[in-house]
Design a protein around this ligand. Structure first.
Ligand SMILES: [Zn+2]
Length: 79
């Protein structure tokens, strides 16, 4: 089981979807039972949303991969 400190440590990874699914599940399970951590995660979410509104959105991994593929197609390597 994760404790409150684990949730704090993993909160940003959890929100960005970077955690393995079984850890995600444990985080969610903790949030269901723990109002303090739920509040903390909601606060982080609000903060992230506010930050995102001010910044240009960075390219996603998917977008970067698409660009790399497009570059490859434009300049095929000799395999
Ligand atoms: Zn907690």
């Amino acid at each position: 089981m994760l404790n409150c400190r684990d949730i704090g440590t993993n909160a940003t990874e959890f929100l960005s979807g970077a955690l393995p699914w079984h850890i995600n599940l444990q985080v969610i399970w903790h949030l269901v039972r723990c109002g303090n951590c739920r509040l903390a995660v909601i606060q982080i979410l609000t903060l992230l949303r506010a930050l995102r509104r001010r910044q240009a959105r960075p390219a996603s991994d998917e977008q970067v991969q698409a660009w790399l593929r497009a570059l490859d197609d434009a300049h095929p390597h000799d395999h």
